[in-house]
Write a protein that binds this ligand. Structure first.
Ligand code: COA
Length: 254
C-alpha cells in the first residue's frame, strides 16, 4: 500500500509510503488520498488529519514517470481533485515534514493549518525547470504568506531551500529534530482532535474564508495551464531528461 491510513485518537494519519521512489505520488496514490478525504468527511470520529512520509522523506512530489505515461487530462484528474480536497477540507490538517518535500510536497503545506518540519527538511518548487507552472494555488498563496519577492524567487528559480528559510517565509510553524517531528505533529493534531469539533471547524472556516473564492479560481486556472504545459515540448524534455538521468536542454524550446 503506497498510502497508509489509520485513525489514532481522532486523527486520521495519512502516510506516503513509497520510500524507494522518495514517496513520489502516482495517479493511483492520489485516488487513495481522495478516498482518505472522503473517509474523513464522512466519519465524525475523525477530527483532524495528519500528513507524513515514510523513510525519512515527505514526498518528492508528482511521479514524473507516471506523468509521462498517463498525464492528467483536465481538472477532474485525481491530482487536481486532491488539490481541491486540500483547499476545501473543513477539518484541521497538520503536516510532519522530514527530508524532501518537492513540488506538491511543498505546495500542499500551504493548505495545512499546522506544519512541523525536521531540521533536515528540504523544500523545492521546481515547476519552471520542469517546463510547468505552479499548482495548488501556490502562485496566490505563497506571495501572500511569504511576500512577493521571496515567492517569486522560489517559484521562478525553483531552487531547493531548507527548514530555516521555510520557517522565516512563514509556512512552517516550528523546526523539530527529525526523530521527534512526527510525534510532535501527532501531539498537536491530538490536541486539535480533543477540542470541540464545531468550534475548531468554525474557526478554520473563518480563518480561510477571506480568500476561498480566489484560491479556488486560481487553483483551477493553474490546473488547466499545468495540464496543457505537461504536453508541451519543455515538459517532455524535462521529464525525459529526469528519466534518462541527464540535464535537460531547453536551448531550442520557447
Ligand atoms: N517521480 C518519479 N520518480 C522519482 C521521483 C519523482 N518525482 N523522485 C524520485 N524518484 C525516483 C528516482 O528516479 C529514483 O528511482 P531509481 O532508483 O529507479 O533510479 C528513486 O526515486 C530515488 O531517487 P533519487 O533521485 O536517486 O534520490 P536522491 O536522494 O538523489 O534525490 C530528489 C531525491 C527528490 C531530490 C530527486 O529524486 C528529484 O529531484 N526528484 C524529482 C522531484 C520533482 O521534480 N518532483 C516533481 C515536482 S512537480
Amino acid at each position: 500500500m503506497s498510502i497508509l491510513t489509520g485513525n489514532h485518537n481522532g486523527v486520521l494519519r495519512i502516510v506516503f509510503n513509497r520510500a524507494d521512489k522518495k514517496n513520489a505520488l502516482t495517479a493511483a496514490m492520489y485516488e487513495a488520498l481522495n478516498e482518505a478525504f472522503d473517509r474523513a468527511a464522512g466519519d465524525p470520529a475523525i477530527k483532524a488529519l495528519l500528513f507524513a512520509g515514510e523513510g525519512g522523506v515527505f514526498t518528492s512530489g508528482n511521479d514524473l514517470q507516471d506523468f509521462l505515461a498517463s498525464p492528467p487530462r483536465g481538472i477532474e484528474a485525481p491530482v487536481f481533485q486532491f488539490l481541491r480536497n486540500l483547499a476545501h477540507c473543513p477539518k484541521p490538517m497538520v503536516a510532519a515534514v522530514q527530508g524532501f518535500a518537492v513540488g506538491v510536497g511543498t505546495t500542499m503545506l500551504l493548505h495545512c493549518d499546522l506544519v512541523y518540519a525536521a531540521d533536515d527538511a528540504k523544500f523545492a518548487l521546481p515547476f519552471t525547470s520542469l517546463g510547468l507552472c505552479p499548482e495548488a494555488a501556490s502562485s496566490f498563496l505563497l506571495p501572500q504568506i511569504a511576500g512577493y519577492q521571496r515567492a517569486a524567487e522560489k517559484l521562478l528559480l525553483g531552487e531547493p531551500f531548507g527548514a530555516e528559510e521555510a520557517y522565516e517565509m512563514g509556512f512552517v510553524n516550528k523546526i523539530i529534530p527529525p526523530s521527534e517531528v512526527l510525534a510532535h505533529a501527532m501531539r498537536q493534531a491530538e490536541k486539535l482532535a480533543a477540542l470541540p469539533a464545531s468550534s475548531v471547524r468554525v474557526t478554520k472556516r473563518l480563518l480561510r474564508d477571506t480568500h476561498r473564492k480566489a484560491i479556488a479560481e486560481r487553483m483551477d486556472e493553474e490546473s488547466t495551464l499545468f495540464a496543457d504545459m505537461l504536453g508541451g515540448p519543455a515538459a517532455r524534455e524535462a521529464l525525459n531528461a529526469f528519466m534518462e538521468k541527464r540535464r535537460p536542454n531547453f536551448s531550442s524550446i520557447d
